[in-house]
Design a protein around this ligand. Structure first.
Ligand code: MN
Length: 442
């Protein structure tokens, strides 16, 4: 299948019976989030009517791991290897001059809450948010493109507060500021799941996620210049909000319920001043409930693929990796290896802890453990692990600012080697097996 925009994907989900339409009017304040949470992990939703701006809202469009495999056209067991294979392929976007979002362009008297249906999610959230805004920006020094998602707190009719964690966009804002300029950005709302996933790939600075998206798509992403900034954005976008991030302006943003299932407190943060909103005829808005499966899986699956690549570079014995949803899809990492040398597990653990700042606790297990089954990982820890020699702690490492137990984003990291000694699986660590157990019938 060719998933190239949100509407194509929704049509595909509906055809396979995985989309539920909600026709009655739903309140944007908590009710839309509550219903999304209720259907999470099961069905995609299309809220046809809300008490806000007249535009349907899609939710839970990527809330199952097997849907990512479906979007890539592979069996669920092949998901990671397929993402890994495709993420090695970079395809430059292809420029087109026209796009559906250029039909309606608003540049005067912008009031985002009147134009867009902005939900309020959790109990203590500071206000309505755009949670699924995909920022597209160009490096002021090199021109390299970057794609990343940042939460947007609607503070004023044309002003959002932002959370910009210290990764690529943050560097671009700083470099624009050094020139005394604001950074221009185009925020796309309403994209297909593969483009969303590409925005979460762990790439080096300067590597363009849109080229990686081309790899995931299997063809170049069509891009059209956004009307105000000229930044090339996916032509299939439902809505494109353009504006600028001034280098020095700060407003109180938050609190906001975040992916670890805690509130990220309010603080003085960057702002996005809106200059233009462009959208299709009959656009569809897209809402992500923080800490819901869309949020966790969209981050976990591409990170896993990136980790698998990095880990296999460091330790070829690595066979698989997962960021379990129980660890918020970010903080816990289980690495599977087919051991050929002692020491490989600890090296793989160091590589996992270093590969991404979010990875906090890493566990290495043998190839006979199904890493998608937490009970098997627990069993390996219970029976193949001795805390005095199989555990190491790295104090004071770079961690997640959204982990409430970290101090200003400084965290301790821990590696746990739950592998049996080399050759042990055929000896002292040989696990039980009942002959014929798989085929036995009453
Ligand atoms: Mn990037």
């Amino acid at each position: 299948m060719d998933v190239h925009d949100l509407k194509t994907w929704l049509a595909h989900l509906e055809e396979r019976g995985s989309l539920k339409r909600v026709s009655r009017s739903v309140s944007l304040r908590h009710e839309l989030a509550a219903l999304s949470q209720k259907a999470d992990g099961q069905t995609a939703l299309l809220f046809e009517q809300t008490d806000g701006a007249p535009m349907p809202v899609a939710a839970n469009i990527a809330c199952r791991r097997d849907w990512y495999a479906d979007a890539l056209g592979v069996a669920p067991g092949e998901l990671l290897r397929e993402v890994q294979r495709r993420q090695e392929i970079k395809i430059k976007p292809s420029e087109v001059s026209d796009a559906p979002f250029l039909r309606n362009i608003i540049t005067k008297d912008i009031d985002v809450r009147k134009i867009l249906p902005l939900p309020t999610y959790h109990e203590l959230d500071g206000g309505p948010y755009i949670s699924a805004g995909v920022f597209i920006a160009q490096d002021p020094d090199t021109g390299a493109g970057n794609v990343s998602i940042h939460r947007m707190h609607a503070l004023e009719p044309d002003l959002f507060g932002l959370l910009v964690l210290p990764r690529h966009l943050k560097g671009m804002i700083r470099r624009a500021g050094e020139r005394g300029e604001p950074l221009k950005a185009a925020v796309c709302v309403g994209l297909d799941p593969l483009l969303l996933m590409a925005s979460q790939l762990v790439l080096a600075p300067g590597e363009d996620e849109l080229e990686a998206a081309g790899g995931l798509w299997g063809r170049a992403v069509d891009v059209a210049p956004a009307p105000w900034s000229g930044i090339p954005v996916p032509a299939g976008a439902e809505i494109v909000i353009e504006g600028e991030i001034p280098p020095d302006e700060r407003r109180r943003e938050g609190p906001f319920g975040e992916f670890p299932r805690y509130y990220s407190p309010a603080a003085e943060r960057e702002v996005f001043r809106v200059k233009s909103i462009a959208m299709r005829e009959q656009p569809v808005f897209y809402s992500i409930v923080a800490a819901g499966y869309d949020h966790l899986l969209m981050g976990a699956v591409p990170r896993e693929a990136g980790l698998l690549r990095d880990l296999q570079k460091a330790v070829p014995a690595v066979t698989d990796v997962v960021l379990p949803l129980s660890g918020s899809g970010r903080f816990h990492c289980v690495v599977q290896i087919r051991k050929t040398n002692e020491g490989e597990a600890k090296s793989a653990l160091m590589a996992a802890l270093a590969a991404h700042y979010d990875v906090k606790h890493a566990i290495c297990v043998d190839h006979d453990i199904d890493i998608h089954r937490p009970s098997q990982v627990d069993w390996a820890l219970a029976t193949r692990f001795q805390a005095d020699k199989d555990l190491f702690v790295v104090p004071g490492a770079w961690g997640s600012r959204l982990d409430p137990s970290a101090q200003d984003g400084v965290t301790a990291k821990m590696g746990l080697d739950a592998t049996a000694p080399l050759g042990g699986l055929e000896g002292h660590f040989r696990s039980l097996r009942i002959p014929g157990a798989g085929e036995a019938e009453f």
